[in-house]
Design a binder for this molecule. Sequence first.
Ligand code: GLN
Length: 268
Amino acid sequence: MRIVIGYLYPSVMSQYGDLGNVITIVRRCQWRGIDADVRASELGDTIDPGETDLLLVGGGADTHQRLVCEDLLHVKGDEIRRAIEEGAAAFAVCAGYQLWGHSYCTASGDKLPGLGIFDAHTIHRAAQTGTAMDTIARAGSVRAVGNLVVQWGEQILVGFENHGGRTYLHSGARPLGKTLVGGGNNSRDGLEGCVYKNAIGTYLHGPAFPKNPCLADWLIQAALRRRYGDVELEPLDDTEEILAHDRATDKGLAKPRRWNRFLGQGVG
Ligand code: GLN
């Protein structure tokens, strides 16, 4: 068996170790004798929606999102939408997640149109509050930064978040899970991420997959299902992954964020 992985914008959207998600998927496939073919797709490159089984996109700064937004509008947006509609799996983190919604309003108030795959929109907290991003303290004051712990069905997901954007799901949208620790989508409604068909959007950086092998396997299985129908994944020895997961989760749960009433969000 083989899967084709479309790694979107590696040079501009791989903040906070998101490349680690690609490496993890490739390894977990190889350990099961599944051939993983990674195809990098930079600005200006097209993708083949019929060929691509799993799309991965990471995080980036507002400046990078402006570049990517143009590319999504004029180069590969339609292909990505078609791939998702036809059942391809996807994992979009932070800036990638925001641009797969209807729109992302930057810190300076510019509204960037998104793909509309996730029925949601995002506004940077600085644009919401009119906070000038002129000092580190002010820039930091509008960001959700720190451990992020999420209840995903029976599973607990753990990672790291660092974003100014606040994402609001619209009535039809399905969240990935509930935020146990951290800001998640918007530090208010207790929800994290969004799921549409086999596409997952989330604020979980880290990278997410090494400490959450169940999430990586969910995406591998969804990607294989498109080509081979229902397949059972051979279980792997995840002793170290689970140890790392539990350590990070305990740390996150042990040190809940201190509430900052001025910011209207948890900090630290
Ligand atoms: N620039 C976006 C924000 O600040 C996304 C940040 C990221 O991908 N880490 O919310």
